[in-house]
Each structure stands twice: as structure tokens, then as C-alpha cells.
Ligand binder design. Structure first.
Ligand code: ATP
Length: 267
């Protein structure tokens, strides 16, 4: 469903590549986690699949098509087959739940009849029945993410890309979101999820592709993950440490420099 053949992406000639010679294949119907420290290339991978960025060398195939060869006017059609969910939900603030989900069908010209049929089904699938007329600001973070997932899948995409979909949610709410993504996957959609959340990865036991400095350093069929966090030690040296250790270590003088701890503070 997604194939990378020796793909390198360089944003800035003076820096190391964001992705460096990636070779991998994700089959139709797979659920794959993309893990790795901040800056390892996860979002770049997803942007290449969506053709929001182009590779500097190597080929990206989505559903058998070399995305670099898709003419610009056909890119919207390519993207129609790919649903996307982000950490920050990105709902339309002036539309209610129904309107947010329906909008994804309206923009591609689906009939009012089909919209009236389909939107309630998808709202039910994500567990938001009865909340169709709530505005985004009247929903919890978890509910907003459910709307975002409903919007991403309402046109029945073959692929769902999720970039840190639980990054703004507490652990219990995250479990609910993962159950929905699992259901979407069981309905046949290929799911690729970038995450730092080891609890989620370890509870799901799905394929884990780990990136570091733009390279694949691990690819396991049903793997686990320990998130690593860059820290500055008391003596000023920097190193990567397992996330669990950092919380203990910080009391002893190490300070996390990645954004994860500050994100937790915001919860
Ligand atoms: N538009 C851009 N221009 C220049 N450099 C970029 C751009 N986007 C990403 N990069 C760089 O490419 C590398 C990979 O970034 P990317 O966002 O893909 O990592 P990530 O694994 O998704 O990180 P995070 O977990 O923090 O979201 C980083 O060094 C980053 O600074």
C-alpha cells in the first residue's frame, strides 16, 4: 500500500537529511507505528506519503502509484484516498460535529442524500451519537479527536495517517482513541501512526518501525518501544535516556530538553 525505495529527503543542504535512504513497505490492511525521538523523521515520512513534500531522491509509491509522477492537478485525488489525523485536532471552530464531518464530503461534491446517510453512521462509529450538534468548544479533547477521526474516514480512505493523535490526551482518553483506530483498521483501512507514547505501542503489539536520524533502526512485526528523551545532565553533557528514567533522573539533576515533559505539564 505504501512503499519507500531508497528515499532520502533533504530540506536544508547544510543539515543532515530528514530521511536517509529509507526502504520499506507497508501492506494493505496493516497497522504500523512509526516511532523515534523528536526530529527522527516521522512527520517527514507522513508528508512524503501525502505528497506535501517530495523526496530528494528515491521513490515513494502509494497504492501502486509513484507519487512524484502524479501531476499536480491529480494530487487532490491522491489525497482523497488518505485520511489524516493530527495531534491538535484541527476542527472547523464554527461548524458543529455533524458539519465538521459533512464538510469533508461536501468539498468533494458528494450528494446531500449520501451525506445524510453516511455522516450519522461514522459519528456512531466514533461513539459521538447524540453530540451531532455540539460545537468543537463544547467537546472534550478526546471527543474533538473522535470528530477528527470521523472526518478523516468519512470518505472511506484506503490509508489513515495519524501524527501523534494522542499527544494532547490523557492516558484513559488515549485508550478510547486507540480503540477507534483499531476498529478503523479492522474495517480494512491501512493505519500508520507516528507516536512517542510507549504505553500505547506496547499495549497494541503491532508493527513498529523505529527511526533515528532519518534512518530505520528497527522494524518488528509486533514490537514494543521505549521512548528516548534527550536530556542535559548536571555536568552539561547531553544524552538520550528512556522516558521512564528521566522522570527519576530529573530529581537527581538531569533536565529533559525535548518537548515531551512540557506537553505533560499542559495536560
Ligand atoms: N520544513 C522543514 N524545513 C527544514 N527542516 C525541516 C523541515 N521539516 C522538518 N525538518 C527537519 O527534518 C528533521 C525531521 O523532522 P520531522 O518533523 O520529520 O521529525 P519528527 O520525527 O516528526 O519529529 P517530532 O516527533 O518532533 O514531530 C528534523 O531535523 C527537522 O528539523
Amino acid at each position: 500500500m505504501i512503499r519507500f525505495e531508497n528515499v532520502t529527503k533533504v530540506y536544508d543542504q547544510k543539515s543532515r537529511p530528514a530521511l536517509d535512504g529509507i526502504d520499506l513497505e507497508i501492506d494493505r490492511g496493516d497497522f504500523t507505528f512509526l516511532v523515534g525521538p523528536s526530529g527522527s523523521g516521522k512527520s517527514t515520512f507522513l508528508r512524503l506519503v501525502l505528497r506535501e513534500e517530495r523526496s530528494s531522491s528515491g521513490d515513494v509509491y502509494v497504492a501502486g502509484k509513484n507519487v512524484a509522477r502524479v501531476p499536480s492537478w491529480r494530487v487532490p485525488r491522491l489525497r482523497r484516498g488518505i485520511g489524516v489525523v493530527f495531534q491538535d485536532f484541527r476542527l472547523l471552530p464554527n461548524k458543529d460535529v455533524f458539519g465538521n464531518v459533512a464538510f469533508a464530503m461536501q468539498v468533494i461534491g458528494k450528494s446531500r442524500y449520501l451525506i445524510r446517510e453516511t455522516v450519522p453512521e461514522v459519528i456512531k462509529l466514533v461513539g459521538l451519537e447524540g453530540k451531532e450538534h455540539r460545537m468543537p468548544h463544547e467537546l472534550s479533547g478526546g471527543e474533538q479527536q473522535r470528530v477528527a477521526i470521523a472526518r478523516a474516514i468519512v470518505n472511506k480512505p484506503g490509508i489513515l495517517l495519524a501524527d501523534e493523535p494522542t499527544g494532547n490526551l490523557d492516558p484513559a482518553t488515549s485508550v478510547g482513541i486507540m480503540n477507534i483506530l483499531d476498529k478503523v483498521n479492522q474495517n480494512g483501512t491501512t493505519v500508520v501512526m507516528a507516536t512517542h507514547d510507549d504505553d500505547i505501542v506496547n499495549s497494541m503489539r503491532r508493527r513498529v518501525i523505529e527511526l533515528a536520524d532519518g534512518r530505520v533502526v528497527r522494524d518488528e512485526k509486533s514490537g514494543e518501544y521505549t521512548a528516548m528523551i534527550p536530556v542535559v545532565n548536571a555536568d552539561g553533557t547531553r544524552e538520550l535516556k528512556p522516558a521512564g528514567e528521566v522522570r527519576v533522573a530529573s530529581a537527581a539533576g538531569s533536565q529533559a530538553i525535548a518537548p515531551f515533559d512540557s506537553e505533560e505539564d499542559e495536560l
